[in-house]
Design a binder for this molecule. Sequence first.
Ligand SMILES: [Zn+2]
Length: 379
Amino acid sequence: MTTIPARLRRTATTLADGRELIYFDDTEPWLSGETSRDAVDHRPLGARAAAGEMRLDALTGDWVAIAGHRLNRTFLPPADECPLCPTGRGTVPSEIPADDYDVVVFENRFPSFSALAGAPETSAEPLLAARPAHGRCEVVCFTSDHGAAFASLTPRRARTVIDAWADRTAELSAIDEVEQVFCFENRGQEIGVTLHHPHGQIYAYPYVAPRTRQLLAQARAHHERTGRLLGADILESERRDGSRVVLSGRHWTAYVPYAARWPVEVHLAPHRDVPDLAALEDEERDELAEVYLDLLRRLDRYYVDAAGDPIPLPYIAGWHQAPVREGRAVSRLHLQVMSVLRAPGKLKYLAGSESGVGGWVNDVPPEQVAARLREVGTP
Ligand SMILES: [Zn+2]
């Protein structure tokens, strides 16, 4: 576990079915400990849901989690039954027993990966391999305000979320079965979000994910060839070229990647070589809070509707971190934000070429995306 900065109070507790919940408090009366986090979850939850199994796709070598129970998960509940609001605000007790919170993290009630995962029925066929889906899935609530968004957080609260991500990355990386920790946010119904309350997720996988394996292979090859870090060299190229740079601070630069795949895509990378969020220094975390908020607010001004009003951008934001046990010396942390919205009201579908063979076609020149993101910098 990381050392928790003095600006935060971290309190771990247990929900009615045994799942862990952790408060990350940055305001009074909890920060000083004047009021303790002793609210109890009284819901009759019954036994905790176990994760399912993972099956090996022998064609690609990729693991696929098969989790049938997730079909029963909460889907767009009415606002007065939000499971992520503090208990007492809605008509039913929520996942958070307290009547208010700053940032809270808890184990997903319907996990794809969990410490509780049954052994799959084994097949005698060697090409039909399966393993228990061991690992962990967590939910991160960015704020107790149901109507907010990450982009509307204060820098102080954004910094608390960053500290929570770093804490979870360090702690989940210490679990025996975990090979990779991925912190991400799905925002907007177009992305398939099932709850509107501002939140993200953390998946701790028992394998190195396919895209991460691909990034790692490229990084290793580059390192063997040049002795240098691929992530650092790409960042340097983008900064020298400048045409795709969106914003730059002392510690961070955001740019639209040269070969962007999505209609809107931005990468945010630290200037220093760090493998993961847990390795970020205090000053880097402070600036990240500012820079990330700036970036998200630009994204929310990227498109405007017919009346000229900005359209909140549906997006996926995910932190590419070094795997837990391999490739840490060549991997470099970066954030990828991407959107399927290619024009107001028009979605890009991952159709034949992309879904079939991974052959991406992007209709929007990355330089044009970067120019628009620079233009909407000052509202
Ligand atoms: Zn809510």
